[in-house]
Design a protein around this ligand. Sequence first.
Ligand code: ZN
Ligand code: ZN
Length: 163
Amino acid sequence: MRLDKGMSTLAEHAEKLFIQYLRENNLKVTRERLALLGEIFSTKEHLDADDLLARMRAHKKKVSRATVYRTLDLLVQCGLVRKSRLGQEHYFYEKVQPGKRHEHLICTHCGKVIEFWDPEIDERQRQICLEHGFRPSFYSMQIRGLCSDCQKLEHESTFLEAH
Ligand SMILES: [Zn+2]
Ligand SMILES: [Zn+2]
């Protein structure tokens, strides 16, 4: 019995699309590729390539680093996975959920990623493109700073230093 029905349906659908994409591009449908997709679709987290490699290995799935990178590229190309540069030199991957767009707040201290979505910002951007006769193909917004927990720590540590 499946408890999280919504999640598994999304994962199953994604797998179907990925297999179709691989076949159309004459690429092999391998167990490793499907396992990596499953790994990304089983979590809400934003993971980098090393996290994914570690998770695959923890689940006893043998896969090389090269395969992880290559498969991530394919998943991004076929639109099932979103790649965002959240850290300085760091790319994170997450599943794409149709109709659930979001942007990111990134804590530069603890690395926490908070997702948000604001239809007004979205609408303003659409208008700005329109005003410039611009056809957008990619858009990403992120705000970096300190999360509320880290701000508290910051206060505590300055408090300690001052007293
Ligand atoms: Zn933080
Ligand atoms: Zn996200």
